[in-house]
Design a protein around this ligand. Structure first.
Ligand code: NAI
Ligand code: MG
Length: 356
């Protein structure tokens, strides 16, 4: 079964780390006998905007909507174009139009990456954050009254639909079931947010009945953030609403060191539209053009993409290759105190995959 991947490198270091991501995916395809076609698209970048006056062509949905997945670099070139124009005109449209309702971020302490948490070593931190990506606290329902007067009032509603809550919980329980620890943590705040969060808890309890093999617990978001830092070994799969998940999915990777290695999946588990896999970092204008960006976030995102597409073995081989290479200082990039440039690091990971 041939796979068709839409490739969008975007701006800045997106254009430098993407070739390394593709190099490693090609090595994995060769090693594991996968038939993958990569179609590269120039849009969702400042270059495209400069030529066409917009971030995407009118028929972008037809161009990439039929692919099995989207492999994305980074978008944004603030010196030339405002971030709300570039991001809302591309990446955020993909997420919304393709109903990518899961944001999945692995949080894993890798060898060769100093953790900001004292005394932690690889193995101590290894979990997933599953964030609801379409509703919850980030609704546009609300308004402003008596603007500019003493009586000024603003209101913004949280929206939780049964379909919306259940589908993110189902994804998280399914993921937990596939992990060795079979454990799930739910982020809540039902002691303070007295309508939506008790509903969330209720749906977690109902969903858990379908997964008797998964052990689960819940924490209020305030103490949960403390445990991320103090007891990260407690976690396996952590599921959260849009706002809580936003916070946790930045805090988690921050506990494991550098932004240069963290990957992210924007997933539509139903598969009616493609999912999108990208590094967490942006286009890094401050280091773009120097060939020194860390390609690991892009490469790891490629592993997540293969895993999502049903090629778990190839995905695991890439993650092992990343670990093997990060353990060697000459092969690490400078943000990790190493000596390698982007290409040297990427080629070493591709080699390790080929030898696996
Ligand atoms: P950034 O993630 O691009 O950079 C933050 C800092 O981390 C910089 O000092 C950069 O040099 C460093 N860094 C990032 N990735 C690195 C890598 N792979 N290797 C080594 N160092 C790395 O965030 P920033 O500067 O806030 O945003 C720059 C542009 O990227 C903006 O236009 C922003 O909107 C956009 N952006 C796009 C994202 C996306 O496409 N998903 C995500 C975040 C930001
Ligand atoms: Mg965020």
């Amino acid at each position: 079964n041939a796979l068709k991947i839409a490739v969008i490198a975007g701006d800045g270091i997106g254009k430098e780390v993407m070739p390394e991501g593709l190099r490693v995916l090609r090595a994995a395809a060769e090693r594991f006998g996968l038939d993958i076609t990569f179609d590269e698209f120039p849009f969702s970048s400042w270059d495209y905007y400069e030529q066409h006056g917009r971030m995407l062509p009118v028929d972008w949905k037809d161009q990439i909507g039929g692919h099995d997945a989207i492999y994305f670099g980074a978008v944004g070139w603030p010196e030339k174009i405002a971030d709300h124009v570039s991001l809302w005109g591309s990446l955020l449209l993909f997420r919304r139009e393709f109903d990518q309702y899961v944001n999945l971020r692995p949080v894993r302490l890798m060898p060769g990456v100093p953790s900001p948490l004292a005394g932690r070593k690889p193995g101590d931190i290894d979990f997933y954050v599953v964030r609801e990506n379409t509703e919850g606290e980030y609704s546009s329902i609300g308004g402003r009254m008596f603007e500019g007067t003493e009586r000024e009032v603003v209101v913004q509603e949280t929206v939780m639909s049964r379909v919306g809550v259940d589908r993110i919980l189902r994804f998280a329980f399914e993921l937990a079931r596939r992990t060795p620890k079979k454990h799930l943590t739910s982020a809540t705040k039902s002691n303070g947010i007295a309508i939506t969060m008790p509903y969330w808890d209720e749906r977690v309890e109902a969903m858990a009945k379908h997964y008797p093999d998964v052990k689960w617990d819940k924490y209020h978001i305030d103490i949960l953030t403390a445990h991320f830092v103090l007891n990260p070994q407690r976690f396996n799969v952590v599921v959260a609403s849009n706002l809580f998940g936003d916070i946790l999915s930045d805090l988690g990777p921050a506990c494991t060191g550098t932004i240069g290695i963290a990957p992210s999946g924007n997933i539509n588990p139903a598969g009616d539209f493609p999912s999108l896999f990208e590094p967490v970092h942006g286009s890094a204008p401050d280091i773009a053009g120097q060939g020194i960006a860390n390609p690991v976030g892009q490469i790891w995102a490629g592993a997540m993409m293969l895993d999502h597409l049903g090629h778990a073995q190839a995905a695991a081989a890439i993650v092992r290759a990343i670990e093997e290479v990060l353990a060697q200082k000459p092969l690490r990039t400078r943000d990790l105190g190493g000596l390698a440039d982007t290409e040297t690091c990427g080629a070493a990971i591709a080699d390790a995959v080929a030898r696996s």
